[in-house]
Design a protein around this ligand. Structure first.
Ligand SMILES: Cc1cc2nc3c(=O)[nH]c(=O)nc-3n(C[C@H](O)[C@H](O)[C@H](O)COP(=O)(O)OP(=O)(O)OC[C@H]3O[C@@H](n4cnc5c(N)ncnc54)[C@H](O)[C@@H]3O)c2cc1C
Length: 393
């Protein structure tokens, strides 16, 4: 078993680190000051991402992406996660369901997104439909050969930076017909209600939208009627792994800052690092990161090795749960090690502490991940999680 990264993987990792330090980290103070990234910074940032070659990192070369495998994507996402204020979102990762689009849809939405010319956002959640998307009220009705979409969507991330929205709606209001539609930003009938402030400062917004009989031509349906969950499932796998990698990056940066601070900070005549209480917190942080990172890399490696789709889905939930809960613990300890300084916004530890809280909520809460994992154990046995690839028992 060789667990070492290859030379090219290590090179990609350090390129991503340099990109984060040179391009993204200088913007942390700007987002913290404004609560979002002001527009004048957005075009130069987009150009930097293109210049560094981080466009469409989650898609294959045939679709216009970078052609990275999952482990390579995780190596990049881990570095991105070190940066606070959701600046990782500057590296756009076009929604996975687009790869199931028609040739025309792929050319119009996916290829342009991979080139960094367009950006999409995803609208599933509604006031009454969160963890249970069968409660979605947004309906699509075919009238005179044109779909009409009506409903209300909440928490639409990156709406203020998007060119199109992938809308999850129920055809004829039937929850057995969940379906995805590609809706261009600015289509008549879309109203932006508000973009509330959240716990984190985030590069873009999280909007509340109303769709009032928005006309969508038939060729903008993504996949078939009723395929909404099927297509979104792949998106969830990808997004859950991305979140896990971000969490590892955030936790690692925080642990490094905490360790460096503990060595320097002197109280009661010695560096606080020499108090066992602090030493133990650093030890717990290190062990948490080791376990989470090992699991993420293993699952990424398994996906690249071709493990079956159901196992991928099941394990992506476990990795997301493990890494997001790990990041919460590590960030909490990092704030504690830094004392009052850990509570200051100008400190990355404070910002990351707020940032990682949502990782236990979006893309399926921790409770939903546990429900998925429990269900999978019931169906496929404990070995799905407790076993090892190639093992005989
Ligand atoms: C910052 C942010 C950005 C987001 N971006 C997007 C986006 O771009 N697009 C989008 O569509 N959505 C987005 N979301 C929505 C997000 O996916 C939902 O918030 C999440 O799925 C949970 O739904 P909910 O908030 O309605 O909570 P609820 O589903 O109401 O859950 C409330 C509580 O009940 C628990 N619960 C619910 N069902 C069960 C169960 N069966 N068993 C045990 N416990 C349960 C939950 O775990 C949670 O603790 C975003 C959310 C946030 C906060």
């Amino acid at each position: 078993m060789d667990l070492a990264l290859s030379a090219s993987e290590a090179q990609l990792q350090s390129k991503a680190r340099r990109f984060c330090e040179e391009v993204l980290e200088p913007l942390e103070a700007v987002v913290t000051e404004h609560g979002h990234l002001p527009r004048e910074h957005r075009t130069p940032l987009r150009q930097s991402v293109i210049k560094w070659g981080f466009t469409g990192i989650n898609h294959c070369a045939a679709d216009g992406g970078c052609g990275f495998n999952i482990l390579e994507q995780m190596l990049i996402n881990e570095q991105l996660g070190r940066v606070s204020c959701g600046l990782w979102a500057a590296v756009w990762q076009p929604p996975a369901p687009l790869r199931y689009g028609t040739a025309e849809q792929k050319a119009r939405y996916l290829a342009t997104s991979c080139r960094g010319e367009r950006r999409g956002c995803f609208a599933i959640t509604e006031p009454q439909a969160g963890s249970d998307p069968r409660l979605v009220q947004t309906r699509a009705v075919l009238r005179d050969g044109v779909w009409r979409i009506s409903g209300e969507k909440w928490f639409v991330t990156s709406y203020d930076a998007c060119d199109y929205i992938i809308v999850h709606a129920h055809v004829d209001g039937d929850p057995d017909k969940p379906t995805l539609f590609l809706v261009d930003h600015g289509s008549p009938g879309i109203s932006h209600v508000r973009s509330p402030r959240f716990m984190h400062d985030y590069i873009f917004d999280h909007a509340e939208l109303v769709f009032d009989a928005v006309a969508v031509p038939p060729e903008r349906m993504l996949g078939n009627i009723g395929q909404g969950f099927e297509l979104t499932k792949d998106w969830f796998v990808e997004a859950r792994l991305q979140i896990a990698a971000h969490c590892i990056g955030a936790a690692t940066r925080a642990a490094e800052i905490a360790e460096a601070y503990a060595k320097e900070r002197v109280q009661f005549g010695k560096p606080i690092r020499e108090f066992q209480a602090i030493d133990f917190m650093l030890a717990d942080m290190a062990v948490d990161i080791l376990a989470a990172k090992s699991t993420l890399y293993r699952v990424a490696w398994e996906i690249d090795a071709g493990v079956d789709r159901k196992a991928v889905h099941a394990r992506a939930s476990a990795v997301k749960l493990l890494c997001s809960e790990m990041a919460g613990r590590v960030l909490d300890r990092a704030v504690q090690v830094l004392g009052g300084r850990g509570y200051m916004r100008e400190n990355a530890v404070e910002r990351l502490y707020r940032d990682v809280r949502v990782d236990r909520i979006w893309e399926g809460t921790s409770e939903i991940q546990r429900a998925i994992i429990g269900g999978q154990i019931g169906k496929r046995g404990m070995g799905l999680y407790a076993g090892w690839p190639g093992a005989s028992v």
